[in-house]
Ligand binder design. Sequence first.
Ligand SMILES: [Zn+2]
Ligand SMILES: [Zn+2]
Length: 138
Amino acid sequence: MTGDDATGRCNCGAVSWRINGAPLAVAACHCTNCRAQSGAAFSVNIVAKARDVAIEGPIKTFEDKMTSSGQPVLRQFCGECGSPIQSVITANPAIVAIKAGTADQAGNFAPTLHVWTQSKLPWVEVPANVPSFARDVG
Ligand SMILES: [Zn+2]
Ligand SMILES: [Zn+2]
């Protein structure tokens, strides 16, 4: 644990999280399911190793089977207030995605890549200097 660890919490404060060390990436996801779950135009996700992430509080899980990738995604959220907290792609559970909007230092997590831009909303502009992918990465 260092002073650089990212921390965050849900809207009601019942759920909190910490990422030990630097995250792997910050991915903006424009898939339709992330849009629906976040209630926003797209979701911003702090990508980290699962073993570096600690979550405390009353987490609930929705198993999202109808995904763009075809891989089920566990969408975890605060059981009290419903804030989305973490997504886990079941095909690769060693890597998780923490919802950047719940970070205490949310301004630190500008997207380093955009994914699923084939379904992005037409008025969303991806900066030209940020890598973007029509579907998933690679
Ligand atoms: Zn909450
Ligand atoms: Zn998505």
